[in-house]
Design a protein around this ligand. Sequence first.
Ligand SMILES: Nc1ncnc2c1ncn2[C@@H]1O[C@H](COP(=O)(O)OP(=O)(O)OP(=O)(O)O)[C@@H](O)[C@H]1O
Length: 475
Amino acid sequence: MSDLASRITKPDAAPAAADSEAKPAQTAPAADNPADGAGPGLVESNYDVEVKLSDLQNDAQNPLYSVSAFEDLGLKQQIIEGLLALNFKKPSKIQERALPLMLADPPRNMIAQSQSGTGKTAAFVVTILSRVDFEQPHTPQALALAPSRELARQIQGVIQSIGQFCTNLNVEAAIPGSISRETGVRANVVVGTPGTVMDLIRRKQFDVSNLKVLVIDEADNMLDQQGLGEQCVRVKNMLPKSIQTLLFSATFPDNVMKYAERFAPNANQMRLRQQELTVAGISQMYMDCPSAQDKYDVLCKLYGLMTIGSSVIFVKTRESANEIQRRMEADGHRVAALHGAHEGQSRDALLDDFRSGKSKVLITTNVLARGIDVSSVSMVINYDIPMKGMGDREPDAETYLHRIGRTGRFGRVGVSISFVYDRKSYQALSDIANHYGIDLVQLSPDDWDTTEKKVQDVIKSSRARPDYAPNALDS
Ligand SMILES: Nc1ncnc2c1ncn2[C@@H]1O[C@H](COP(=O)(O)OP(=O)(O)OP(=O)(O)O)[C@@H](O)[C@H]1O
């Protein structure tokens, strides 16, 4: 198989940082709570010299870099207070650069790309809060669309947190089962999934005539997928023509850009090069499993051996999520499985438990691949390599990036481990590595001491010293 593995490093080779332009110091994480030290799920650092979030934010190559403070961006005082209450001391690059463009008058559309976990949500939330007239508490003025109920609820929470000092802010989630049929939408900010939003508008339970801002989060996914894309276009066609449209994602493959540009005409654009897409704080590894059947044993061994904060296991189907849950529970592990077959409210409860740390292992499908922000996640397992196209012919490089981006949020470190077991899965991972120009480090199922050391070396370091190269091991 070695001919396939131009980007997959051999077991003991010292790997390069994920972003070849990034210096090791930029791969260094801040603590779970960037401002004040290690937080839940991450163990205190062994290193004596630590890097603070402010160090990362002073490094011009880092996506968290900025020269300005939130106070310099001309935001309303209540919004600045909201950001400070969340301990956001400085904007990230996307926040610093996109906000002035999005807040300028007359409003202009925006297509904005920035790596996973770099604060895109706060960028569009601040824009929404800046555009809403709080004198009108029940007139919908801003709408954000997301691909899953979980992400819609999460965005609702971020709007409420950043907007906690905005008197008369009302945020409602337009997701199945949440808006009363009697009253309809009575909020000035609405976050929802496209199908439910479309139904509400059609049933005249959502007055869209005063909407000023439309945000599409995970826009490449929303516009590209047949069902979701059509729903987004239909929703947009029912909104005022002058609406400011903001499209956000960590990925915008070229074939989606033409839809995006049609959907958000004359937009300002912030794009990344392919090699800039990966987050350097995430150490990407892979495990060569002897066979498909052995993947499960390897998984259990990993969990049996290591103390891991919170982790997410991505699988292809709901059935395999259930099956792995069943087997892991029978083997004494405490895990939760969340996927589209569950009822909305039980999905909410499962994710709430995971967020609060009540459950530490979440087995899920692509439904949670995008956007979900749980800062204590220190490991992501790709139990199945993400594939797309008819008959799963092609590797799904975008989904891979979003999945591993559930860890390494805003300067933290994390590990991703992708399981391969045959030529097809190996080739797919190799193609993904080539696509982003990254090197993946091999873990061996025959040498658990080394495997454990490689993984623990990354995840036990809540903060790292400046010359810290997450994958490099003492040989
Ligand atoms: N300026 C800031 N200072 C400190 N923390 C921040 C700042 N902006 C955002 N964060 C935190 O960073 C984390 C990641 O932000 P967010 O979820 O918006 O990432 P994202 O870019 O939307 O990622 P994804 O592409 O995965 O959706 C969140 O926990 C958020 O609270």
